[in-house]
Design a protein around this ligand. Sequence first.
Ligand code: ATP
Ligand code: ZN
Length: 304
Amino acid sequence: MDMQTSLLDRLFESGLLIDMGVEGLYGRSGEFEDVIRRFEALIETFATGDAAEAISFPPGMNKAHFEGSGYLKSFPQLAGTVHSFCGNELDHMNLLQCLETGQDWTKGQEATDIVLTPAACYPLYPTVAKRGPLPVKGGLFALQSYCFRHEPSNDPARMQLFRMREFVRMGTPEQVVAFRGEWMERGKKLMAKVGLPVEIDVANDPFFGRAGRMMKNNQRDQNLKFELLIPITSVAKPTACMSFNYHQDHFGKTWELTTSDGEVAHTACVGFGLERIALALFHHHGLRVADWPTAVREALGYSA
Ligand code: ATP
Ligand code: ZN
């Protein structure tokens, strides 16, 4: 049995994750959720003083905004759309007939105006652009959202529905690059507090197809994406638990987002993979929170 299946089985046995019969789709126990809540509180202690504006979006976004974002150009393989039954009574009878005879009942489903959010920051850019130019100090936002990516896997760290906490900075190139650098340092300190071994490395997104290969190289050559990696199911291939992305003027141009003096805004985002971090904690410190090292428990606010 490989390490991925074995960790997943142990998580099911312990009840921390709950099998829902689909790879990458899991229930979470109260204890698992509590770890995530406490880790988010720890993140907050590193961000106090930043005065980020908190915004919550649901895990679905406006289809027009999704189309405008360019996501389908880069990652068509990961996108999830929301479809619904929009037919009449005859269509309904056909649907039930399909169900009864084991045929595909989804063919008649029609696209709605909602697409599943692929990354917490996607609904933010058009929202902020609508407000007009950014203030002189730029923009800083705190988000948390369930995200969907169609990447079924038996690796418990690769889910189809998972949560991302993000900080997003908008402003001049200097402002957003400084923000990203600051969070790389904070990320290392944060993980050290909870006893997790990390390395930070340059990375690329899984751009689709042959054209995607060029985009991957481009992203790496320009140091646009870094990941904070922690071993979870493989020592040789540690898992990205945080990412630090510099989008240059991509979203600024796309959404006509401008700085206070009318320049196209640059943006960067820092994302925490909350389930991955919880899994890293369970992998490194054991499946029983009560047995975790005292320093780790203290950092997460558990009573001694
Ligand atoms: P990977 O390279 O592992 O596919 P990514 O670099 O595409 O991840 P990002 O798009 O940067 O991931 O997403 C931000 C964060 O969300 C990642 O650093 C990771 O912690 C988390 N994440 C991404 N995909 C998943 C997933 N399928 N399951 C759980 N967490 C994920
Ligand atoms: Zn982002």
